[in-house]
Design a protein. Structure first.
Length: 95
């Protein structure tokens, strides 16, 4: 039996990231991505999921240092997504 996981139903794990290989194929959900370049440098960016192309999950981000071009929001090929997690809940004041 195959279980389909939707990103909005995924439980955020405060200490561990989820491998990118375990990401469901969905479009338009905001996530945090850990990305790595060819030098082993890592960064974290907020990105949006897109459908898979040629077996690869696509992502879009507004963080220009991770974009393929200055006029594009597509995640650069130089930055390989290695892990993800759902965005945390927004801050709410307690009474």
């Amino acid at each position: 039996m195959i279980e389909i996981l939707d990103i909005k139903d995924a439980e955020p794990n405060k200490s561990n990231w989820i491998p990118i290989s375990d990401m469901p194929n969905c479009c338009g959900y905001p996530v945090l991505l850990t990305v790595e370049n060819k030098f082993g440098q890592r960064g974290v960016c907020k990105a949006f999921t897109n459908y898979m192309k040629e077996g690869k999950q696509l992502f879009y981000t507004n963080e220009k240092e991770f974009c393929s071009e200055l006029t594009s929001s597509k995640l650069s090929e130089s930055w390989k997504p290695i892990a993800w997690m759902p965005l945390p809940e927004c801050y709410k004041e307690t009474e």
